[in-house]
Design a protein around this ligand. Structure first.
Ligand SMILES: N[C@@H](CCC(=O)N[C@@H](CS)C(=O)NCC(=O)O)C(=O)O
Length: 201
């Protein structure tokens, strides 16, 4: 049985939950309460020395980091495949996933954190700057999606990496303008997938 050490709102845990759902894999979910600093407990640090969720255990293998976990799951449970077959396609997916994890998800998270503050405590300039950064990322995705249903053609780990925060765009105060037709269609297709319907949105 697969076990996932998880925190519900963590977008990196959500990446793993989407892949588990896509592959219809049963798993046991272990809630790690980040507010109680459970990720810093000696028991958890034995699983992941960085003290972060997600961590996945499959039989006797312990894996941390959502990108590494998702590639492991795709290799170990290949149906349906979430990576292209050719090495150039795989490299493109990895680049997109890295871009999502390092340049999109953190920015979206910072906007959410500001918007969760009482209005008087929000930094409006910072919110505008971050919203501008996310909008520029959307323009870049728009070009990349030309003629494609998903970022790499077929649904892949690249789409999985964007999904947790892309489905929350309107909660980030970002409305898609008319130029972003490809992005709009992509988000609609993502939202229709049962695996992504399971995410909070
Ligand atoms: N690169 C890691 C990032 C994981 C990560 O940042 N997890 C956050 C929650 S969203 C965490 O566990 N934070 C707890 C901490 O840093 O103390 C991955 O993709 O799995």
């Amino acid at each position: 049985m697969i076990r996932l050490y998880d925190y519900p709102d963590c977008p990196f845990c959500q990446k793993v939950r989407v892949v588990l759902a896509e592959k219809d894999l049963e798993f046991e979910r272990v809630h790690v309460d980040l507010h109680k600093q459970e990720q810093r407990s000696p028991e958890f640090l034995k699983l992941n020395p960085y003290g972060r969720v997600p961590v996945l255990i499959d039989e006797d293998i312990v894996i941390y980091d959502s990108t590494i976990i998702d590639e492991y799951l795709d290799e170990e449970y290949p149906n349906p495949p979430l990576m292209p077959e050719d090495s150039a396609g795989r490299a493109r997916v990895r680049l997109l996933e890295d871009f999502a994890d390092n340049s999109f998800t953190p920015q979206a998270g910072m906007i959410m954190a500001e918007l969760h503050k009482p209005e008087a405590d929000r930094d409006a300039d910072r919110i505008r700057k971050l919203q501008g950064e996310v909008s520029r990322i959307l323009l870049r995705l728009e070009a990349g999606l030309d003629g494609k249903e998903y970022l790499a053609g077929d649904f892949s780990l690249a789409d999985v990496a964007f999904a947790p925060r892309i489905v929350l765009l309107s909660q980030l105060g970002i409305e898609l303008d008319a130029r972003l037709q490809n992005v709009a269609g992509w988000i609609t297709r993502l939202r229709e997938r049962p695996s992504i319907k399971l995410l909070p949105h």
